[in-house]
Structures are given as C-alpha cells and as structure tokens.
Design a protein around this ligand. Structure first.
Ligand code: BYC
Length: 323
C-alpha cells in the first residue's frame, strides 16, 4: 500500500466513523470497512433466510386451520414472511452479493437461519404461540434494528415491524381464544407455551459474555441493545400477557425483582441451543432439505421470469426507438 492509499483509507475510515458518530446511516454507495460489510451480509442474510424458512412451521397448518377466516389470516401471515425475506435479500444485495450466492451459502450450510424454526408445530395452538412469542421476540429485536446503522436494512425493518406487530396480535388472539375456551383448548394453549417458551427466549442469541459479535456490532451501531438486554425486555413484556391469558410460563425461577425492576428468570439450556444452531435440532434436516428442494423445483420459474424480462425489455426498447 502506498502512502497515498493509506492516507485515502484513513480519510475514508474517518468519514465512516463520523457518519456513525453523527447517527447518520451508512448507504450502499458509501465506503465501509470490509469487516462491516461482511458483518452486515452475515446478519441480513441470516435474517432473510429465517423469514423464508420461517414459513415452514406455520405453513404446516394452512390446510388444517380451524375456520376459513383463520386460514385466510394464516395464508396472509405466511405470505408476509416471504415478502420480508424478499426485502431483506434486496437489502443484502446492495452490499455487493447476489441472491443466488446467498441461497447457495445457506444450502451448503455456510450461512445460518434462526434456531427457532427447527422446532415442530404439533397442534393448532403452536400457530398461536409462534405469533405471540416468536413474532413477539422478533419485533423486540427488530424495533431496535429500525435504527441500525446500515440504511437499507433499517428502512426494510420499518415496514417489517408494522407487519410483525399484526402477526404478534393474531398469535395472541389465537392464544386468547384457546385459553378462554374449553378445558381441552386451554390445555392445548398451555402445552404450546410450555414447548415454545425456552426456544423463544434463546432466539435472542447467546448471553452477552459469550456473544462473539456483540461488542463490535454495538461499536458500529448495528446493534443498539445487546442479546441479554433484548431478552430481558421480552420477558418483562410477555409475563403480564401470560398472566392475562391465565397461562403459566414454564419457569419455576420466574419472579419479579423489585430492586432491579425486572423479572428474574431461570437458566437457559445453552447446550440445547448450540445443538440446534449446529444442525442437530428436531427439524433442522427437514427444514433445510425442504428449502433446497423448493429452490431446485422453482428453477424453471426463475429462468422463465428472466427470459420474460429480457424479452420485454427488448420489446420496450424497440417501442421507444419506434417512437
Ligand atoms: N439462531 O455473537 P452473536 C421472524 C449465532 S424471523 C441461530 O450474539 P450476533 C419470523 C450467530 O449468528 C426473524 N444462530 O451474534 C419469521 C453467531 O454465529 P456466526 C429472525 C444464532 O449476530 C417467520 C453466533 O451465534 N430475526 O421474525 O451479534 C415466522 C454468536 O452469536 C442465533 C433475525 O434474524 C439464533 N437464534 O447476534 C415468524 C434478527 N443467535 O454467525 C417469525 C437479525 C445467535 O458467527 N439478527 N446465533 O456463525 C440479529 O439480530 C443477530 O444476528 C442475533 C445474533 C441477535 C440473532
């Protein structure tokens, strides 16, 4: 590297740091340090893959939703998740990586998706629990991400959060219907809460002391709150909701701590979390295999869409020239 290159690099770094210090966004055309770019690609890709794979657990209940209205709402909700995946792939592409490459990395196990989608949906109440708890946890994280430092990611989050908030309410409403229904329905709601509670609170990621990326991501303004801070916020807002439903959170150590002004909660089984993250959860193989198979089965649709776009743009040019 020459002296001039070094000076230029230092000046670019200075401008990047000043943008962050002023609370302004980093935009695709701006210079950014390579590790920042790679961190954004990793996180946005993981987020996009989660939205897409996250369609599977709830999609499992579309044909078995208890009423036509429930079915219509669930179809719309699952379609929203697909849309979130698309916004996020677009945001990720602004960092100079193609959607095909992102999918390749996921299919080859080089990128991740959220641990939460590796659990089965055994009853209709699981659809309620996912909306209430999983979307609830997702919004807690994503409201923070509306203020994240990378512009396209922050802007995608604003719309996503509006939709997630509807998802959370539809889940809570399903749980409320079941919790105020027959004994059997109430038992079904309790069973879903028992199975989804711990995976939902682990979804925020490892404890801060073991989170390898948090410190740097906070310094870059990617994360404005840490995994443990967001987890605590989620627990604090969800416990009163469970009380309202008359359901019991499956944690004997859960209690209000007057001094801290927060709920204390029991130890998370991090061994189980890492087992799931590493590919050994109840549904990991099934989820990834389904994702790969649908990607391959849809190849002809992508090819046809590209051929159509090329043909159409050719026609449009001819029309313009003719004018
Ligand atoms: N699952 O240093 P850490 C939805 C990994 S979908 C798997 O704390 P970071 C919805 C982490 O990647 C919304 N892996 O990392 C859709 C890292 O490994 P690598 C999903 C996890 O990035 C359908 C290692 O552990 N939301 O709403 O600073 C239906 C160390 O972690 C997980 C998002 O994707 C996990 N849960 O913080 C219903 C939010 N947690 O990459 C609903 C965007 C951690 O070094 N992502 N790991 O190999 C984030 O905000 C952050 O990436 C995280 C982790 C808070 C998740």
């Amino acid at each position: 590297m020459t002296v001039t290159d070094e000076t230029t690099e230092a000046a670019l770094q200075e401008r990047f740091d000043a943008t962050l210090a002023d609370g302004r966004k980093i935009e695709p055309r701006d210079w950014m340090p390579e590790p920042y770019r790679q961190t954004m690609i990793r996180q946005i890709a993981q987020h996009a893959h989660s939205e897409v794979i996250g369609q599977q657990p709830e999609g499992n209940w579309i044909t078995r939703a208890p009423t036509l209205a429930r079915k219509a709402v669930l179809v719309a909700k699952v379609q929203d998740e697909a849309g979130h995946g698309l916004y996020l792939y677009s945001a990720c592409e602004t960092l100079g990586i193609s959607r095909d490459e992102l999918n390749r990395r996921l299919h080859e196990g080089r990128q991740k998706y959220s641990s939460i989608f590796n659990y089965p949906t055994l009853t209709w109440a699981d659809v309620g629990a996912i909306g209430w708890l999983v979307d609830g946890a997702a919004i807690t994280n994503q409201v923070m991400l509306t203020r994240t430092s990378y512009g396209p990611y922050a802007r995608a989050m604003i719309r996503i959060c509006k939709e997630e908030s509807f998802h959370q309410r539809q889940g809570f409403e399903i749980m409320h219907t079941l919790a105020t229904g027959t004994d059997e329905q109430r038992a079904m709601a309790q069973d879903a809460l028992d199975r989804w509670w711990w995976p939902s609170i682990s979804m925020f990621g490892p404890p801060d002391a073991e989170s390898v990326h948090t410190e740097q991501s906070v310094a870059w303004g990617i994360k404005l709150e840490t995994n443990d801070q967001l987890r605590q916020k989620f627990v604090d807002q969800t416990v009163p909701q469970a009380d309202y439903l008359g359901l019991r959170i499956p944690d004997p150590d859960l209690r209000w701590n007057e001094e801290r002004g927060h709920y204390d909660f029991g130890a998370i089984d991090w061994d189980d979390f890492w087992k799931v993250v590493r590919g050994d959860g109840p549904c990991n193989r099934e989820r990834l295999e389904h994702k790969r198979a649908t990607w391959e089965a849809g190849a002809w649709v992508r090819e046809a869409a590209l051929a159509h776009a090329a043909k159409k743009s050719g026609r449009d040019t001819t029309t313009e020239e003719a004018r």
